[in-house]
Design a protein around this ligand. Structure first.
Ligand SMILES: [Zn+2]
Length: 118
């Protein structure tokens, strides 16, 4: 009896360790952004009306084109919670992005020509 109990515990531990290892391996397979926020901060605004949309911790060069916004890197979000990809200025209400998952992380895919980054 005792031996059966012991081997059950061992098996449970091993499968937990296995799944832990598997999740670590999967994380490494993605070219995912680093967990620590990049130093650089940019302000992303609506190109049509100039309303601020996000304060964002941008990973690669500030000069490079903005194509995606990882949700975890948004420092300040000025958009309406209920309309995440829409300019919060009600007179404008331009749709500037689409929700997406990029490298396994929730993100917004920016529609080119809809936002300006400073
Ligand atoms: Zn706007």
């Amino acid at each position: 009896m005792r031996l059966v109990y012991f081997s059950t515990v061992l098996f449970a531990m091993n499968s937990a360790q296995r799944s832990f290892l598997r999740s670590r391996t999967q994380t490494r397979l993605f070219a995912a952004p680093r967990k620590k926020l990049p130093e650089r901060r940019v302000t992303i605004s609506c190109l049509a009306c100039g309303t601020k949309l996000y304060r964002y911790a941008k990973g690669n060069g500030a000069g490079s084109r903005l194509v995606k916004v990882y949700k975890e890197r948004i420092v300040n979000d000025f958009t309406d919670e209920d309309k995440p990809c829409t300019c919060p200025n009600l007179d404008c209400a331009a749709e500037f992005a689409r929700e997406d998952v990029i490298h396994g992380r929730p993100a917004f895919k920016i529609i080119q020509g809809k936002v300006i980054m400073k």
